[in-house]
Write a protein that binds this ligand. Structure first.
Ligand code: PLP
Length: 393
């Protein structure tokens, strides 16, 4: 953080007087979630997905903590994300780039020690040509499409490669991977179908460790772990399965400042469009958080903030920089002492906010903006002794 002229924490614990809202990111919880997932996946390597700036939480801060917790393999989506991540992890740490090399970018992968995920025959040809130029085999992952129709070689592509192994010349296949479409619904037969397809397709490619599961897939059981798993969301505390209790620790707390309080009369409207009207005298408060902070406008429906054990329903529409809540049930003495309320916290998880807004926790997290005052809770020191019996990927 740059030095700003508000260094003194306020008596209430509010850390920063110059922002409308504060986002506290718990790096200790992220490390603990990594260790839980690593333990759950036995001998499989537990990688860490830090695309989209570690789901909005700050890859530069999150990745070193994950490495300290034992992660040796990272995934990002784009080349530029990989280039930005590289200095924040050790040279021996592998970074895979999920979208692979766009034509002409191959040399940047080698220059920054990034491994592409090859998703198509075109990307494969580009990497093969790059290896020929370098006059040595170059490491990469190969993705196969087992049913999601998004990324990866088709069954026909794999058959072509099985017929003509020269097409893989110079490609040092470190990983054969695919991705599950329905892992958050364990009963969906698509899961087992994709798993079996990965086995069949991998058998026709050069022998290499295999990977299928992201966060939710890990909880489908060992049959889905293969040699490496790629959790993202679960590291950041999102529930892998909406029907089961969440075993992961929450990693963010979002607090908004109470900017103003007022008493309104019966018939008074609140916010843009005056979509909410008081039916009697009502005490309300205006908070310093809005949709420009990534606090989704759709979250107004059934949305709320919390002040301790008091639920504060959101009134009317969320504005760009502010949100109005009902504080009628909160005793005046409690309000007088309060400077801020929880938007995400012990009483309302990211997943609950998402449910209210008609979306998923992934979107709520990745939408959280850059305007908050951000603080990081450091991990509690712990001996990250690397697991002895891990497959080497
Ligand atoms: C985003 C992504 C992941 C991580 O998914 P989560 O559901 O967040 O754990 C893993 N693998 C691939 C290919 C992805 O695109």
């Amino acid at each position: 953080m740059p030095d700003l002229p508000f260094p003194q924490p306020m008596a209430s614990g509010w850390a920063f007087a110059g922002a409308g809202a504060a986002l506290e990111i718990d790096l200790d919880a992220i490390a603990a979630n990594y260790r839980l997932l690593d333990a759950r996946t036995g001998a499989a390597t537990c990688a860490a997905v830090v695309k989209a700036d570690a789901y909005g939480l700050g890859a530069d801060r999150v990745a070193p903590v994950l490495e300290q917790a034992g992660a040796r393999v990272f995934f990002v989506a784009h080349l530029e994300e990989g280039i930005r991540l590289r200095p924040h992890v050790s040279p021996g740490v592998r970074i895979f780039v999920l979208h692979g090399p766009m034509p002409g970018t191959e040399a940047l992968f080698t220059r920054h020690a990034l491994l592409p995920v090859l998703n198509s025959m075109e990307q494969l040809a580009g990497w093969r040509a790059h290896a020929a130029q370098a006059q040595k085999a170059l490491p990469a992952a190969v993705q196969v499409d087992t049913g999601m129709s998004r990324f990866g070689l088709s069954e026909a592509d794999v058959a072509t490669l099985a017929q003509a192994p020269a097409l893989l010349e110079g490609i040092d296949t470190k990983l054969v991977m695919s991705h599950l479409a329905c892992a958050d619904t364990p009963a969906n037969p698509a899961n087992a179908m994709q798993r079996d397809r990965l086995r069949a397709m991998a058998a026709r490619l050069p022998a290499a460790p295999c990977a299928l599961s992201a966060s939710s897939g890990i909880f489908l059981g060992p049959d889905y772990h293969f040699d490496l798993v790629r959790p993202g969301a679960a590291l950041y505390g999102l529930a892998p399965n909406a029907q089961a209790p969440n075993p992961l620790r929450p990693t963010v707390r979002l607090r908004a400042r109470i900017v103003q309080r007022r008493v309104i009369a019966a018939g008074d409207g609140v916010g843009y469009g005056l979509t909410w009207h008081a039916t009697g005298t009502r005490r309300i408060a205006t908070l310093g958080i809005g949709y420009a902070d990534g606090f989704l406008r759709s979250g107004a429906r059934d949305g709320c903030a919390w002040l301790g054990d008091y639920r504060l329903p959101i009134l009317g529409r969320i504005s760009m920089d502010s949100t109005t809540v009902d504080v009628n049930d909160v005793p005046e003495s409690v309000l007088d002492a309060a400077t801020h309320v929880d938007m995400i916290g012990p009483r309302r998880s990211v997943d609950e906010v998402a449910h209210g807004a008609g979306t998923i926790g992934y979107e709520v997290l990745t939408a959280l903006g850059s305007r908050f005052h951000r603080t990081y809770r450091q991990p509690v020191a712990c001996d990250a002794s690397p697991c002895q019996n891990k497959a080497s990927v």
